[in-house]
Design a protein around this ligand. Sequence first.
Ligand SMILES: *[C@@H]1O[C@H](CO)[C@@H](O)[C@H](O)[C@H]1NC(C)=O
Length: 148
Amino acid sequence: MTKVLLFALVSCILTQNQANLIGRCDLAKVLHEEDMDGFEGYSLSDWLCLAFVESSFNISKVNENVDGSSDYGLFQINSHYWCNDYRSHTKNLCQVDCQEMLNPNLLSGLSCAKKIVSGAEGMNSWMAWKLHCSGRPLSYWMTGCRLG
Ligand SMILES: *[C@@H]1O[C@H](CO)[C@@H](O)[C@H](O)[C@H]1NC(C)=O
């Protein structure tokens, strides 16, 4: 009895954690399908590096900032500028509910990320991109990934 319960608990915890994470190559496929390969000059490896340094591929990641805003999802999209979480003033430039940035189908998050990248700063809009991805060799992010 105890063993069964323990097993149920452990597998529940494991699957719960895994459900938040998207595999590197699975994400590459979705990015490819959404035409983000080469979008604004950024490669799939660029997008993978960005998603990794922002969220470690955690689809449901939410991070509260000291200024009262929060960052949502794979690309940690910020609620003061890009989405609305109904908790503070927002420009809501992507015209979207921040909860949609956490949707496992990823579509709203990718579309908002495209909008951000289309701005003058490109991926430099993300501090972590500047620090950890920009100007580095990144093609290894696609190692072993097949898109077709
Ligand atoms: C993903 O992020 C959510 C919300 O921030 C957190 O509760 C969860 O533990 C994270 N998952 C992993 C596998 O780190």
